[in-house]
Design a protein around this ligand. Structure first.
Ligand code: CA
Ligand code: CA
Ligand code: CA
Ligand code: CA
Length: 500
């Protein structure tokens, strides 16, 4: 490596090899330590080797950065490491190199043939937004044939004689290449100019001029607010449900253009102040805590920030609005769990009871609407329960005639559930309905219902016509059966015996 001349205010470091080595003496005899460079463009291996990971622009000719070191007990130490670094250009070809601000083309190693040669020229780097003074010298182009022949240099191409014209100029005789104005990397990041050397030995060659980024753009959120939706029961899966994005016009390969995200605040701060996490690099937001409750906190507003330079640079603020969507985390409840009702026997479709319920989930949704089941007490299947028009009502009706003489009382257990299943196992509300069957005074019945009697016309008075018996189904209470005869025109038939 060689020190660069001070012809520009910045030095571009383009080394991709070991810069130096640091040691960390913790008196524990260990030779390897866990290091981490605060400046992510530098890497520190466990043996202390410092390497450069990305191109660094050194505006002051050196770079100061600190390195964390962890000792064997896990304690962190942060000494400051100061590196005075020099330019060392790894030329892709050994026949052209920049040294001390001079781009030199060497004679070919054969040296004998004056055939036209093609050069591989290292790129020239210019920081954007330079304050000048202009024209500012970038590099001096020099062919070592200049010792033998008078050379004349000229450039053509983008930034020279093509749009944008006049940005770069070359002094015809000296070969000094100048930039005439401040450059903007975000407008154009690199230029290709063609260098013509007025000498038959040199072919025209291409010089690439790269504009080195400065952090002159702040991140910009692509929308504001960002809207996200997440189920209130999503917490347990720590689910990722939305992503916020900010763009930065600066170089995306450097911290100038890499955006870091953070959550600044959360409103409301309940039930915990940090209900959500954001991925620093991707902007993906996920649920951090498991106790969201839409019924209490249906919406959160997060103030988010996007900043370059690993979160320490230029920043933009934005908003993420998170709507908590309903999950079935509230079981419906009976308003009254004990009912005693009386139902007349023999009726099909009789309304036995109406059981009302409540549910705290989202009104009108399947997490809120109810359905009912009789889980015990209906041996024989006499009852049905259906959901009433309010969706929060179970109506019990009879589907078969009840018979007081057979069963005088039913004790039904009814449970209420939602149309949607519960998110978790939740306790179900149960109602107990005691149904007393009311006795109805049923008419006595002749057995058989119709009897045809044949008697000869000349039977004597008081002849027994028939023994026709009737029974009363109301066996529960003692009842009297009265029999009478209604005969059309036969009023001389009389009932002579009544049996009980
Ligand atoms: Ca930036
Ligand atoms: Ca920039
Ligand atoms: Ca809910
Ligand atoms: Ca519910």
């Amino acid at each position: 490596s060689a020190p660069i001349s001070s012809h520009t205010s910045s030095v571009i470091l383009i080394i991709f090899k070991c810069l130096s080595q640091i040691t960390f003496n913790n008196c524990d005899g260990r030779t390897r330590t866990l290091f981490q460079s605060v400046d992510k463009r530098f890497d520190v291996d466990t043996d202390g080797t410092v390497t450069l990971k990305r191109q660094v622009t050194l505006h002051e000719g050196h770079k100061v950065f600190s390195v964390h070191a962890w000792d064997s007990s896990g304690k962190k130490h942060t000494p400051i490491l100061e590196h005075v670094v020099f330019i060392c250009h790894m030329s892709p070809s050994n026949n052209a190199h920049i040294s001390a601000g001079v781009l030199t083309f060497l004679k070919s190693s054969t040296g004998l043939k004056r055939a036209k040669r093609g050069w591989v020229i290292p790129p020239v780097n210019v920081p954007e937004n330079s304050r000048g003074p202009f024209p500012m010298k970038l590099v001096q182009i020099k062919s070592d044939y200049a010792l033998e022949t008078r050379m004349q240099y000229s450039i053509t191409g983008e930034g020279a004689n093509q749009d944008p014209k006049g940005i770069f100029t070359v002094e015809r005789l000296s070969g000094n290449l100048y930039v005439t104005q401040p450059l903007d990397r975000e407008k154009k990041a690199s230029y290709k100019v063609t260098l013509d050397v007025n000498n038959i030995a040199e072919k025209p060659m291409e010089i690439v001029i790269n504009v080195i980024d400065q952090n002159d753009n702040k991140p910009v959120f692509t929308q504001n607010p960002f809207n996200g939706y997440v189920h209130e029961a999503a917490g347990k899966g720590r689910c990722m449900f939305m992503t916020v994005t900010a763009t930065d016009a600066d170089d995306p390969d450097t911290n100038n253009g890499i955006v870091s995200y953070a959550i600044v605040s959360q409103e409301p701060q309940f039930p915990k102040p940090n209900m959500f996490d954001i991925n620093v690099l991707s902007g993906t937001i996920r649920v951090r805590e498991s106790d969201m409750d839409r019924e209490q906190w249906p919406r959160y507003t997060l103030l988010i920030v996007a900043a370059d330079m690993e979160g320490d640079g230029l920043a933009a603020t934005g908003t993420a609005v998170i709507t908590i969507t309903d999950s079935n985390d509230n079981p419906p409840q009976f308003e009254q769990t004990l009912h005693t009702v009386s139902v007349p026997e023999n009726k099909v479709g009789a309304v036995v009871a109406k059981l009302t319920a409540t549910d705290e989930d989202e009104v009108g949704s399947p997490t809120w609407s109810t359905k009912y089941r009789i889980i015990s007490g209906d041996k024989g299947g006499f009852f049905n329960v259906s959901t009433g028009p309010s969706q929060l009502e179970g109506i019990i009706t009879t589907v078969k005639p009840l018979d007081f003489e057979k069963t005088k009382q039913y004790v039904l257990s009814v449970i209420v559930e939602n149309d949607d299943p519960f998110v978790d196992s939740l306790p179900t509300s149960t109602a107990t309905v005691t149904v007393n069957v009311e006795d109805v005074n049923e008419p006595p019945e002749f057995n058989p219902k119709e009897k045809v009697i044949f008697k000869s016309e000349d039977s004597p008075i008081d002849t027994e016509l028939v023994a026709y018996t009737a029974t009363d189904p109301d066996t529960g209470k003692s009842q009297k059966i009265m029999l009478s005869v209604h005969a059309l025109g036969w009023n001389r038939i009389r009932m002579c015996k009544v049996n009980f």
